[in-house]
Design a protein around this ligand. Structure first.
Ligand SMILES: Nc1ncnc2c1ncn2[C@@H]1O[C@H](COP(=O)(O)OP(=O)(O)OP(=O)(O)O)[C@@H](O)[C@H]1O
Ligand SMILES: [Mg+2]
Length: 426
C-alpha cells in the first residue's frame, strides 16, 4: 500500500523536521542535538502562520517542533494548522517560557510532548519515541486499509464472479447452437456470414467473462512450476520495440532461477497488461523497469519471489489508486476495459501471492508482486505448455506500439500475443 504523505520516515532514513521558531540559534541548537543523538534530520524553519501552512501543505514533515510564542504566531496556531492539514505527525513543544497551564492546554489540544529549552536532554528520546509511535499508527492504518480493500475486492469478486459464471453458461449455449447451425448449413448459404458474426461476438463475450472469473478466482487456473526470470525475458523479447522508442525498457533480474507455481499464460498476460498500463502512462516516453529478486520477508515465513514493474509515467491519484484493482474500473474511457489490474489481482492471489501499487502523481507507478518461491526441482522448461493457451491467453492482446503489427504468432509463449499499433482494447 502506498505510504501517505504524513508517513514517518524510518529512523534509519532521513527525517523531515519542521521547526516553528523565531530564533535561528535555537533552531540550530535543536537540530544539532538531534543530529548528535544519531537522527538524520533535514529541517525547515518557519516563524509565521502562512509559512507554516505552506510548509505543511507542500513539504509534509515527519515531525513538528514548535516554540510556544513567536511574534504574531505560536504553538497553538501551529498545532491547529497541523490538525487541519490531516497529517498524523508528532508535535513537540520546545519552549523556554511557558506556564504549566498553557503547556497542559496544549497537550490536551493534541501536542505529544513538552520540553523545556533548558532541559534538551529529553529531546532525542522524545523525538525517537514519537516517531516510533507515529510509524506504528501509520502501519496500523495501512493494514486496516489493506483489509478493507481485500474485503471489498472479495465481495466484488463474488458478485462479479456469479454474474460472469451464469453469463458464460448462456454464451456457451449461443456458441453451441451457432456451431450446430454452421455444421448443418451448406457451404454457400447466405446465413453463414451472420452466424459467423454471432459466433465471434459470443466468443469475445466469453473471453471477457473469463477475465472476470480470473479476478474472482473462479476460473480454474493451471499452475505449473516456472522460472519468473524466464517468463520476464520471453515477455520482454516478445514486446521488443512495441513499448515505443521513446520508452527505455530495462530488466534487472535477480540471480535465478526464481521458481514459482503459477499459470504460465496468465503470468504472461499479467506482465503484458502491466507493460501496456505503463506504456499508456508514459505518452511522452520514460523508463519502464521490470525487476526481480528473492526475499525472505520474515524469519518464520518461506522465501518469496518479488517482481516489480515500475514506470516514470503520470502516476495515479489517491482515488484511482483506491479503485484500480476493481473490475471495470478504468480512466481510459475510450479504449480501456478496466480488467487488466483486476485479473492481475486474481492471478497473483490465486497463486498465494500479493500485489500492491505504489504511485505518485507526476512521478510514476510501481506494481509490486510477491509470490511464494517453490523448489527448483522439476521446473517446466520454457514454452513447454502441452496445449495452446486457453481462455485469456489465447485472445489477442492489443498493445500500444509505434505503428503496425510488430510480432506475429510465434512458438514462444508470449509470441501468441498479437502486438499491434494503436490503443484498441479487446
Ligand atoms: N502504470 C500506471 N500508471 C498510471 N495509471 C495506471 C497504471 N496502471 C493502471 N493505471 C490506472 O488504473 C486503471 C485500471 O487499470 P487496468 O489495467 O485495470 O485497466 P485499463 O488499463 O484502464 O484497461 P485495459 O487494461 O483493459 O486496457 C487505469 O485506467 C489507470 O487509470
Ligand atoms: Mg490495463
Amino acid at each position: 500500500m502506498p505510504a501517505g504523505p504524513g508517513s514517518a520516515a524510518p529512523m534509519t532514513g532521513r527525517i523531515r523536521l519542521l521547526i516553528c521558531e523565531d530564533s535561528d540559534d535555537d533552531a540550530v541548537l535543536i537540530v544539532t542535538r538531534l543530529r548528535r543523538g544519531g537522527l538524520a534530520v533535514d529541517y525547515e524553519r518557519v516563524q509565521t502562520e502562512p509559512d507554516a501552512a505552506e510548509a505543511l501543505r507542500l513539504r509534509p514533515p515527519d515531525i513538528v517542533i514548535s516554540d510556544y510564542a513567536m511574534p504574531g504566531f505560536g504553538a497553538e496556531e501551529a498545532l491547529a494548522l497541523l490538525r487541519d492539514s490531516g497529517l498524523d505527525v508528532p508535535f513537540i513543544l520546545v519552549s523556554g517560557r511557558v506556564g504549566e497551564e498553557s503547556a497542559v492546554a496544549l497537550m490536551r489540544a493534541g501536542a505529544h510532548d513538552f520540553i523545556l529549552k533548558e532541559d534538551l536532554a529529553r529531546l532525542v528520546p522524545a523525538v525517537r519515541r514519537e516517531l516510533t509511535h507515529a510509524r506504528s499508527r501509520q502501519q496500523r492504518r495501512q493494514l486496516e486499509q489493506q483489509l478493507r480493500q481485500t474485503e471489498r475486492l472479495d465481495s466484488l469478486g463474488r458478485l462479479a464472479g456469479g454474474i460472469a459464471h451464469d453469463f458464460n453458461n448462456m454464451l456457451a449455449v449461443v456458441l453451441g447452437r451457432a456451431d450446430l447451425m454452421l455444421a448443418e448449413l451448406p457451404a454457400d448459404h447466405l446465413l453463414r456470414a451472420d452466424l459467423g458474426a454471432i459466433r465471434e461476438v459470443a466468443e469475445r463475450g466469453a473471453a471477457l467473462t473469463r477475465r472476470i472469473l480470473v479476478f474472482s478466482r473462479q476460473e480454474p487456473l493451471r499452475p505449473e512450476k516456472l522460472d519468473v526470470n524466464e517468463v520476464v525475458t520471453v515477455t520482454k523479447e516478445a514486446l521488443g520495440g512495441a513499448v515505443g522508442e521513446d520508452v527505455e525498457f530495462v530488466t534487472d533480474l535477480g540471480q535465478g532461477p526464481l521458481p514459482v507455481e503459477i499459470d504460465r499464460s496468465e503470468l504472461e498476460r499479467l506482465l503484458l497488461n502491466l507493460v501496456v498500463n505503463s506504456r499508456k502512462a508514459m505518452p511522452h516516453g520514460g523508463r519502464l523497469t521490470i525487476t526481480t529478486e528473492t526475499a525472505q520477508p520474515a524469519a518464520n515465513a518461506g522465501p518469496m519471489v518479488r517482481l516489480w514493474v515500475a514506470d516514470t509515467g503520470v502516476g495515479m491519484s489517491a482515488s484511482v489508486l483506491e479503485h484500480a484493482f476493481e473490475p471495470y474500473y478504468t480512466t481510459d474511457a475510450a479504449a480501456g476495459t478496466g480488467l487488466g489490474l483486476s485479473s492481475a489481482y486474481g492471478v497473483v492471489t490465486a497463486a498465494g501471492g500479493e500485489i500492491a501499487l505504489r504511485s505518485q502523481l507526476g512521478v510514476g507507478t510501481t506494481v509490486e508482486i510477491s509470490l511464494p518461491m517453490v523448489d527448483h526441482a522439476d521446473l517446466a522448461p520454457p514454452g513447454a505448455q502441452a496445449e495452446p493457451a486457453r481462455g485469456g491467453g489465447a485472445e489477442p492482446l492489443w498493445l500500444p506500439g509505434p505503428g503496425g503489427a510488430v510480432t506475429g504468432e510465434g512458438p514462444g509463449a508470449a509470441g501468441r500475443c498479437r502486438v499491434q499499433g494503436g490503443f484498441a482494447a479487446q
